[in-house]
Design a protein around this ligand. Structure first.
Ligand SMILES: Nc1ncnc2c1ncn2[C@@H]1O[C@H](COP(=O)(O)OP(=O)(O)O)[C@@H](O)[C@H]1O
Ligand SMILES: [Mg+2]
Length: 588
């Protein structure tokens, strides 16, 4: 038998701690339903043996029993509601934890494919949907079928001739539910995809709201949002339209079947083979079935929608990080702390970019303590190249070694313990300045943080803020200027005194004089550190031991300033365009 709702089942089973509670609740379900089903039996006896026989004692007895059964059924249903809510919340809590943990293992490649908007929906609305489905399943998945089945048995015992009416009703309803579920499943998947789109646009617009204002793109963004919002509305309406058929159809079927029961039952009463009380009990059972089907008509769409959500959560939980630690880990100690970085015929293409190589056949060596500068137009692959060193992405071909060991053989955490980077986009966290600069290590002495800040030319502006290193950093560093944020990011990268330091265009918002002070300070503070510096400005690279000129992912020139100025027309051209007024002698 094919597994029904495979993803949802998987998500519910994942939460193992729930099984004890689920078992208890299902016992309550059976008990509650049984007491409920015993009530019509009492009604039947009360009418036929009490009212119609004129026996007041039987009437009182049966009425009291009915009351007792109703109270018991209610109590079990309340206990069940509580357990269902508990398990639903527990499942949601567990899934949030698992999905969050999984996202933390994502490499840059996985993050490229799962934008923040999508991840937020997984962690909120998708998990909420599963929470609802979990609690509904616990309350009704067994209750409704059990109720229907036992009602059938009771009917069969009292009058086997009328059982066919029930069976026909149940079969018609089952076919109807099957078709509707099938339709709904597809519609919910489309709805969720549209919800993702809405969230992605929102996410992008809100994080870029200042740019949108600055570029007077409000109208364009409004219409873009209107588009996805409209599609989401339409996609949300279609499952609602389908579900809307369920309730009227149930009423229609049940109205007809009630008529059938009274018609055929009535004939039997007239013939004297059936009591009036039995017919009333009969219609009572129909009422129960009506109620159960009615409840299912609410529950079923929720559960099917949760299956779509579960499929999407499974997509996150099952995705493999693009960068993984190899089982053949390099011997400890062989990876040293020298900081010699070698690229050997390295090529790289982003997944999903159609195999287009962004980095082509790159080879160079960076010796410990050297400064290597990367220069090239935007899009030439500078950021991509340096992101390969801390294993944010793994190379597509060729290899990168640190002190002779292929970095793919070194666990990611260990590589990142040697290589510290100030990313092109400086992101700070809410907290204090001290916490932000000390982010790269635990319990770094305060002196070390101050030394790093001094070298990064950040100490100057930090000390003039009243609370100094304890002052507050707003979310994403919003209360600092671009240049200040860059200097704080540099301080954060150099504070752990790394073996290898990468600065990806980290001084683009800092003036030239400050930038050269930072470079001089780095040379004295961390002289043995291999420094890889991505730059736009030629002034940044003048003192580098090696300048690598990149274009379209390839090395077009490599050498120091003197070499390049002597032999590379392209370098000369960049040099003249940027430092037109300065002669070669001025720099020397
Ligand atoms: N995450 C990514 N996914 C796909 N393509 C990317 C990604 N990041 C950069 N690229 C592409 O790779 C090329 C090099 O980009 P990048 O390394 O950022 O250049 P640079 O830092 O020199 O400006 C560009 O064509 C860019 O579009
Ligand atoms: Mg870049």
């Amino acid at each position: 038998m094919p597994v029904i709702l495979p993803n949802l089942n998987r998500m519910l089973v994942i939460y193992k701690g729930a099984w004890g509670w689920i078992a208890l609740s299902q016992l309550f379900v059976i008990l509650g339903a049984t007491f409920m089903l015993l009530i019509p039996v009492q009604i039947s006896a009360l009418i036929d043996k009490g009212v119609l026989a004129g026996d007041i004692g039987v009437v009182v007895d049966k009425a009291l029993l009915m009351l007792l059964f109703a109270i018991l059924a209610g109590a079990f249903s309340m206990a069940n509601l509580y357990i269902a809510a508990r398990v639903g919340e527990g499942t949601a809590h567990y899934l949030r934890k698992e999905v969050y943990k999984k996202i933390q293992t994502f490499s840059f490649g996985n993050l490229d494919r799962n934008p923040v908007g999508v991840l937020l929906v997984r962690l909120t609305s998708d998990i909420y949907q599963i929470n609802v489905a979990a609690s509904f399943s616990i309350r009704f998945a067994l209750y409704a079928p059990f109720m229907i089945l036992v009602a059938l048995v009771f009917v069969y015992i009292s009058s086997p001739d009328l059982v066919w009416i029930f069976i026909v009703v149940i079969l018609i309803t089952a076919v109807m539910f099957g078709v509707i579920s099938w339709l709904l499943q597809g519609q919910y998947i489309v709805r969720q995809q549209n919800l993702d789109r809405v969230n992605n646009v929102l996410q992008e617009d809100f994080s870029g709201v200042r740019v949108i204002k600055a570029f007077v793109r409000k109208d364009y963004e409004n219409s873009r949002f209107k588009g996805v919002n409209e599609k989401f509305r339409a996609a949300s309406l279609s499952p609602l339209g389908t579900s809307a058929f369920i309730l009227p159809a149930i009423f229609l079927i049940l109205g007809l079947s009630n008529a059938l029961v009274i018609w055929f039952g009535g004939l039997q009463v007239i013939a004297g083979t059936m009591g009036v009380g039995e017919i009333i009990a009969f219609t009572q059972y129909f009422f129960f079935i009506l109620a159960q089907l009615w409840i299912l008509s609410f529950v079923m769409p929720q559960i099917i929608s949760a299956e779509a959500s579960a499929g999407r959560i499974a997509g996150i939980i099952d995705s493999k990080p693009n960068v993984v630690d190899s089982p053949q880990v390099a011997m400890p100690g062989t990876t040293g702390t020298q900081g010699r970085v070698v690229f050997e015929n390295v090529s790289f293409s982003y997944e999903g970019a159609g195999g287009k190589e962004v980095i082509k056949n790159i080879s160079f060596t960076a010796e410990p303590g050297q400064t290597i500068a990367f220069l090239g137009p935007t899009g030439s692959g500078k950021s991509t190249l340096v992101n390969l060193i801390p294993r944010f992405y793994d190379v597509t071909s060729g290899r990168i070694t640190i002190d002779g060991t292929d970095i793919r053989a070194i666990p990611q955490d260990e590589v990142r313990g040697k290589v510290y980077i100030a990313l092109q986009e400086s992101v700070l966290f809410s907290g204090t300045i001290k916490e932000n600069i000390g982010f790269g290590g635990t319990d770094m002495p305060f002196d070390q943080l101050v030394a790093a800040s001094k070298a990064a030319e950040a100490d100057g502006f930090i000390s003039v803020i009243p609370s100094g290193y304890d002052s507050h950093v707003a979310r994403r560093g919003a209360n600092f200027s671009g240049g200040q944020k860059q200097r704080l990011s540099i301080a954060r990268a150099i504070a752990p005194e790394p073996g290898i330091l990468i600065l990806d265009d980290s001084t683009s918002a800092v003036d030239v004089a400050t930038e050269s002070r930072i470079q001089a300070a780095l040379a004295t503070m961390i002289p043995r550190t291999t420094r890889l510096i991505v730059a736009q400005r030629i002034s940044t690279v003048l003192m580098a031991d090696k300048i690598i000129l990149l274009d379209k992912g390839e090395i077009v020139e490599m050498g120091n300033h003197q070499d390049l100025i002597a032999r590379s027309p392209l370098y000369m051209e960049i040099f003249e365009s940027q430092l037109g007024g300065i002669t070669r002698e001025d720099i020397a």
